[in-house]
Write a protein that binds this ligand. Structure first.
Ligand code: ZN
Length: 124
C-alpha cells in the first residue's frame, strides 16, 4: 500500500526533498532563486532566444528544405548566446576575487548587468 510522506519543496523551483536541511541547502544555490543572480532570473535573458538560423535552400525538384532554427538561452544585453565556462558573457564584467596571492578569478553570479526579472516563475 502506498503511504503519504512528508517532503519539502523549494520556494523557487519544483525541486522536492524529504529533509528540510536538504531543500535549504538547495535553495542557497537554486538557479531560480533571484538572490543568486543567475541568468535564469535576469530580465536580459531570453530562455528561448534565437541562437542560429539557417535559411532553407531551394532546389528545382524538391522545393525549399534544410532550414532550421536553434534556440536557447540568449543574453539581450550582450546580444550573444549564454554559454558556460570562463568565457561566458556573464563573466565579462563581474566581481573578481583573488589576485594578491594567486590568479584573479571571476565570481559566479556577480554579473554587473544582472537585473531581476519581474516574473521568475515562467522560466526553468
Ligand atoms: Zn530550487
Amino acid at each position: 500500500m502506498p503511504h503519504e510522506i512528508k517532503a519539502y519543496k523549494c520556494d523557487y523551483c519544483n525541486k522536492v526533498s524529504r529533509t528540510r536541511a536538504g531543500i535549504l541547502s538547495h535553495e542557497v544555490a537554486c538557479r531560480l532563486n533571484p538572490n543568486n543572480r543567475y541568468c535564469h532570473t535576469c530580465k536580459h535573458c531570453d530562455m528561448n532566444g534565437l541562437i542560429e538560423k539557417v535559411e532553407p535552400f531551394s532546389t528545382v525538384f524538391y522545393g525549399e528544405q534544410g532550414g532550421y532554427e536553434f534556440r536557447g538561452m540568449y543574453c539581450n544585453y550582450y546580444q550573444e548566446p549564454i554559454q558556460k565556462g570562463e568565457k561566458a558573457v556573464y563573466f565579462r564584467e563581474c566581481e573578481t576575487e583573488g589576485g594578491d596571492w594567486g590568479p584573479e578569478r571571476n565570481v559566479p553570479c556577480t554579473c554587473f548587468y544582472y537585473e531581476r526579472k519581474d516574473n521568475t516563475n515562467a522560466t526553468r
